[in-house]
Design a protein around this ligand. Structure first.
Ligand SMILES: *Cc1c(COP(=O)(O)O)cnc(C)c1O
Length: 434
């Protein structure tokens, strides 16, 4: 990589390690790039993603572990291809994600299927291609899996998603492992499933799964959840129910706010797994999403205009909540910086998009070097849950996505054309009765 890049090396999340210049990303001059590609667009550093993958693999050395990238974090085909080429599998939550993973070259035997609302069609489709495992989240789903597997004359491999009732200390909307959340089942309920597992003769129920939430910045909730899963695994083995895989989910947090967010290191995270699951001889599965891609992505945007208000000054960008929903949805913080290094006096802005919603706000009362129309800005750490949550609200086309690698770039999604946006819509013509 060239001298200046904000592709933070994996493991180093210390603010002091973040270069002050934002002129380059993965060796690519961002001013020049923004002359080639119209803003707003998302740019991802392939080097930064590779660094994360390698750091995680290094921490896992010696374990029989498979990393299944949570596709919903960033489902772009080129990103999935990069993951597949690095030997990763996929954690999917829909048949759409299954098709993306398969299209990207991920082998079915490295795909796990999670989610509370798998439809019968989705289960049939995933069984049909022979995915590695279903993470089953309710008794009704287990019955459906048995019925469809019997009809297809196959045996489905399944894990129970345990809801360990642990508080992940994260935003309420991304907590998934408390008993009031819709995800997984209690250990008591899972115990009853195993007791009657022989009656599900087309389901090989021999796995445990847990995923307690996202953007977790403390190792303690992981430890608690793993301890509960580990105790249950030992109990099951004792009761004659062999467990061949334990899936520890995703949830590792990243640095959205330099100097404030202190992510758990991969070493500490994997140490917690090693400790809790000591003696486990089966396969370990991990489902990181955010951690692999968030800090490898930035949203490039230009200032449309500065609007002085009576109370505040508004910096109006050409990016909006339809390109990056996290601030509107979760009040999420994203660091925002000018691409130019020119020293300028600081100013305070509400940084907003053009969408007709007060919620279309990226930051309130944010200190920033003074900006003018046309300035290029970076919204940082947008590689996860950015484009995957994007919409065409206000009839704004989906933004382009660009992959960067050591000074070069490749467009991995061009900006949506107007015709594509309205494809499928039609005048009400052929009226019918159902
Ligand atoms: C979303 C999700 C993940 C990924 O979570 P991150 O916080 O992005 O790592 C992993 N497993 C399951 C079941 C999920 O729903």
């Amino acid at each position: 990589m060239m001298k200046t890049t904000s592709a933070t090396p994996a493991g180093t999340t210390d603010a002091s390690a973040t270069p002050t210049s934002h002129s380059h990303f993965d060796g690519v001059d961002l001013q020049l790039l923004a002359e080639r590609i119209a803003t707003p667009f998302h740019a991802y550093s392939a080097s930064a993603i590779h660094q994360r993958i390698e750091a995680l693999k290094t921490a896992l050395v010696g374990l029989d572990a498979t990393i299944c990238f949570a596709v919903k974090a960033n489902p772009n085909l080129a990103i999935l291809q990069l993951m597949a080429n690095a030997g990763l599998g996929a954690d999917i939550v829909s048949v759409g994600e299954l098709r993306r993973a398969l299209n990207a070259g991920m082998p079915a035997e490295r795909i796990v299927f999670s989610g509370v609302g798998k439809s019968a069609d989705e289960i049939a489709g995933a069984l049909n291609v022979g995915i590695m495992r279903f993470n089953v989240e309710s008794l009704d789903e287990l019955h459906t899996l048995q019925r469809i597997a019997r009809a297809q004359e196959v045996t489905a491999r399944a894990a129970v998603r345990i809801n360990p009732d642990v508080d992940a200390q994260t935003h309420a909307k991304i907590s998934t492992g408390k008993s009031e959340n819709k995800f997984g089942v209690s250990i008591d309920e899972a115990r009853r499933w195993f007791a009657q597992r022989k009656s599900f003769d087309h389901v090989q129920l021999d796995g445990l799964h847990v995923h307690i939430g996202s953007q977790i910045l403390d190792v303690q909730p992981f430890r608690l959840a793993l301890a509960r899963v580990a105790a249950f695994w030992r109990e099951l083995e004792h009761a004659g129910h062999p467990i061949t895989s334990i899936d520890v989910g995703g949830g590792l947090g990243v640095c959205y706010r330099a100097g404030v967010d202190h992510p758990v290191s991969t070493t500490d995270y994997v140490a917690a797994i090693r400790e809790a699951l000591a003696g486990f001889r089966g396969r370990l599965l991990l489902e990181p999403g955010r951690w692999l891609v968030a800090e490898a992505g930035v949203l490039l945007t230009r200032v449309i205009r500065v609007k002085p208000g009576t109370e505040r000054n508004f910096l109006i960008l050409d990016a909006a909540m339809n390109d990056l929903l996290r601030p509107s949805l979760y009040d999420a913080w994203h660091d925002i910086v000018p691409v130019s290094d020119q020293p300028r006096p600081m100013a305070t802005y509400d940084i907003v998009g053009p969408v007709c919603e007060t919620g279309d706000t990226f930051a309130s009362a944010r200190e920033l070097p003074e900006c003018a129309a046309g300035d290029l800005l970076l919204i940082k750490a947008t590689g996860a849950y950015g484009t995957s949550m994007a919409s065409t609200y206000n009839s704004r086309p989906l933004a382009a996505e660009v992959l960067l690698h050591q000074g070069r770039y490749a467009v991995i999604r061009r900006r949506q054309h107007f015709e594509e946006m309205i494809a499928g819509e039609q005048p009400a013509r052929n009226w019918k009765t159902p």
